[in-house]
Design a protein around this ligand. Structure first.
Ligand code: GNR
Ligand code: NI
Length: 167
């Protein structure tokens, strides 16, 4: 198990598009364990492999208060989305920035677990928004990409400055 380093916006590696997982092996299960450990340590409610510079379609989420409801999604696809949600979002790769972006309130999709078993999922509320946020990461999209160019420039400048100070 290991806590992995999370890429910080505006790192260009956050815009890489993840490849589908082809072999459901020990390597994948190690990645899932490390993603979960890194998410819980942060702490965050979700984490995509892209954020730890692994460009494969794997994400984890746990929106429970007790941190006892880990969900693992490999090669996730949306089947349908409806309604509108605009929860305030944050991102471990964009610390200190919170904003609303357009999301479905309710989603249905399918994915694989870490052992390669296919399953269908349905989500509303925070879990739904979190899964959409993580699936965007896998496509190389960060939530601030939905904001105005002015906001994006301000956020990038602020975070670059912070990164100069903290290394
Ligand atoms: O920890 C996180 N909280 C959060 C809150 C609202 C909507 C999405 C999220 S995901 C975020 C963790 C993260 O950056 N995942 O990519
Ligand atoms: Ni994020």
């Amino acid at each position: 198990m290991a806590i992995l380093q999370i890429l910080q916006y505006p790192d260009p590696r956050l815009h890489k598009v993840a490849e589908p997982v082809r072999s459901f092996d020990e390597n994948l299960r190690d990645l899932v364990r490390d993603l979960a450990e890194t998410m819980y340590a942060a702490p965050g409610v979700g984490l995509a492999a892209t954020q730890v510079d692994v460009h494969r379609q794997v994400l984890v989420a746990d929106v429970s208060d007790e941190h006892d409801d880990l969900r693992v999604f490999v090669n996730p696809v949306l089947i349908e989305g409806d309604g509108e949600s605009a929860l305030e979002e944050g991102c471990l790769s964009v610390p200190g920035v919170y904003d609303r972006v357009p999301r479905f309130e309710h989603i249905r999709g399918r994915a694989y677990d870490a052992s390669g078993n296919a399953f269908e999922f349905e989500a509303t509320g925070l879990l739904s928004v979190c899964i959409q946020h993580e699936m965007d990461h896998l496509k190389g999209r960060v939530f601030v990409d939905y904001l105005s160019r002015l906001k994006q420039n301000r956020i990038a400048a602020k975070l670059r400055k912070q990164q100069r100070h903290t290394g």
